[in-house]
Write a new protein. Structure first.
Lengths: 310, 258
């Protein structure tokens, strides 16, 4: 059975386990890891083989060296497919890979069939598309929260790759990596529960209310563009057309009117609940459960009620 | 500094969008606009020109109707535009489109190529790195801040965790998010001036690309089918009469979230 390469750019995340789960339907799973390999976790989800590429030549420069490593590996092992995460960097590696190999690529897949056909949800969640790579092997990026990761124990063989990057791969130097994410909340795109605040939250300080509910539910915090543009919350938490696309089990919209800009990023969520003082807010058109009321009364009461039930 | 800004015309993301039932390409209705993120790219280019001098050229690959967006882009202040237009381009994939852009860029000798980080229609995000790969230049993508010091570029690249500081020398491709600046509105003078600014039309032949390398003929991927997702419908809606929070949690409990 041909190998399927699963590219792990930045540590094992939930989307990594989803990719491993999908990859098992396409062939024998080989993970390509940059940096430290979490052999136990990758094996638990079915990786038969782990290729490790590490060192300053990989870490010290932006994207290009990783694409070179994967491209060399593709030439060497002739895999049935390459899966990458639909993160900014995952997509960028995929793009370079497609050029290097003169190969097609598909991004933001939520499903990959055994024949490589990918399912994508486009146009703000309104349209479902099935696509196929018609030149070369399927190079597909997978959107987080697409499938439920399922374990399937394997004992992976670990192979250290010799990294041979070119001067062209070293044109953009990474000088510093700065973490700004607050607390220990799950990552926004991977979270099973997302609690978001909008303009109705009123100011940056009030976002504590959104964070409190998120923490009680074990979720991530998101924000609408209106809230981000008003400076209430940092941009990396923006959900919407010009921010992150999320697809959690539960999405809680607090003080968010539900403009199309926002809906674009969240309307494939499984369950949506909303609190808004405007009964006519469009968010209620998609909410499975809506409370028309003052979020400064409803949310603290909900938080107390959750604490009582715990 | 010789700056080229990539501008893509897309369907308005605020209106209903669809694929064409006849060939599964993005349907281009009357309400097409400049890809929103590209306006931030134009603004950034103009700011650099204002601070360091040089010239700003808009580069668009697209059908005849894209001229509207090119004029709109020029009305913000760029000096001129290049429009690659050829019927054979219809149905081009990202790989082919980036090859066409790269061929056009080779004729323009840019020090700095700036694009939006993604388009609102495809949201694929791959073109800047594809161009860097094809042209053999540096890519500094996902910028929320760009600093130019002579030929040295420094970018704060937005990441899920925070940001990365990345540096490179020109020539380079930079892609920008909407956090980088606040695009200016075209002035009346700008709109009038844009009508007279040169727009150079290029065909695939001018770029030495044959028709079978692009469009459906040269596509590396294919949309097989599409279906409309059923619209969500609103469920229960209660008005808070003092126990809205409790009711909300009761609902979450029935759905097993609490």
């Amino acid at each position: 059975m041909a190998e399927v390469l699963v590219v792990v750019e930045n540590g094992v995340k939930k989307v990594t386990l989803e990719m491993l789960t999908i990859a098992r339907g396409l062939g024998s799973v080989s993970a390509v890891v940059f940096g430290e390999a979490d052999t136990a976790k990758l094996g638990e989800f079915g990786a038969e083989k782990i290729y490790v590429a590490s060192g300053e030549d990989v870490d010290g420069y932006l994207v290009a060296p990783k694409a070179t490593v994967v491209a060399e590996l593709v030439k060497q092992v002739q895999p049935a497919a390459v899966l990458l995460a639909s993160t900014q960097e995952g997509k960028e590696i995929a793009g370079r890979l497609a050029i290097k190999l003169d190969n097609g690529l598909l991004t933001d897949a939520v499903e990959v069939a055994a024949d490589g056909t990918a399912t994508q949800v486009v146009f703000a969640g309104s349209t479902i598309v099935k696509s196929k790579v018609t030149k070369g092997i399927p190079i597909v990026t997978v959107r987080p929260n697409s499938v439920t990761p399922a374990p399937s124990a394997a004992t992976p063989a670990v192979e250290q790759l010799t990294v041979a990057v070119t001067d062209a791969d070293k044109l953009t130097k990474v000088v510093e990596r700065v973490a700004e994410q607050k607390g220990s909340r799950p990552e926004l795109t991977e979270a099973g529960i997302v609690v978001s605040g909008g303009r109705g939250v009123g100011n940056a300080d009030n976002f504590k209310l959104v964070e409190e509910l998120a923490d009680l539910l074990g979720g991530a915090v998101g924000a609408s563009r209106a809230a981000v543009d008003s400076g209430y919350y940092p941009h990396q938490f923006q959900v919407g057309q010009t921010g992150k696309t999320v697809s959690p089990q539960l999405y809680v919209a607090l003080g968010i009117s539900g403009a199309i800009q926002h809906r674009a990023g969240m309307q494939t969520s499984k369950t949506i609940v909303a609190v808004n003082k405007d009964a006519e807010a469009p968010i209620f058109e998609l909410a499975d459960y809506g409370v028309v009321g003052d979020l400064f009364k409803v949310v603290p009461q909900a938080a107390d009620e959750i604490r009582k039930r715990k | 500094m010789n700056i080229v800004v990539l501008v893509k015309q897309v369907p308005d993301s605020g209106a209903e969008r669809t694929l064409s039932p006849s060939d599964n390409t993005v349907e281009r209705g009357p309400g097409n606009v400049i890809n929103e993120m590209d306006e931030y790219a134009i603004e950034e280019a103009l700011k650099i020109k204002e601070a360091h001098g040089g010239e700003v050229t808009v580069l668009t690959v697209g059908p005849a109707g894209a001229t509207d967006s090119i004029r709109k882009a020029l009305s913000m202040g760029p000096d001129k535009a290049v429009h690659v237009q050829d019927d054979a381009l219809h149905g081009s994939c990202a790989v082919a489109t980036s090859k066409v852009l790269a061929a056009a860029l080779r004729t323009l000798n840019a020090d700095l190529i700036i694009s939006g980080a993604e388009s609102t229609d495809g949201r694929v995000q791959v073109v800047p790195h594809m161009l860097a790969e094809l042209l053999g230049v540096a890519a500094l993508t996902g910028a929320r801040k760009l600093t130019v010091d002579g030929s040295q570029l420094t970018v704060e690249r937005q990441t899920d965790e925070g940001y990365e500081v990345v540096t490179a020398a020109t020539p380079a491709v930079v892609s920008v998010w909407d956090t980088i600046n606040e695009p200016r509105y075209p002035s009346f003078k700008g709109i009038m001036a844009a009508k007279k600014k040169p727009v150079q039309a290029l065909t695939l032949g001018d770029l030495g690309i044959s028709g079978d390398e692009v469009g459906f003929a040269g596509a590396t991927s294919q949309v097989l089918e599409f279906t409309k997702r059923p619209a969500r419908t609103g469920g229960a809606k209660v008005v808070d009469e003092g126990n809205g929070g409790e009711q909300l949690v009761a609902y979450l409990a029935t759905e097993k979230f609490v």
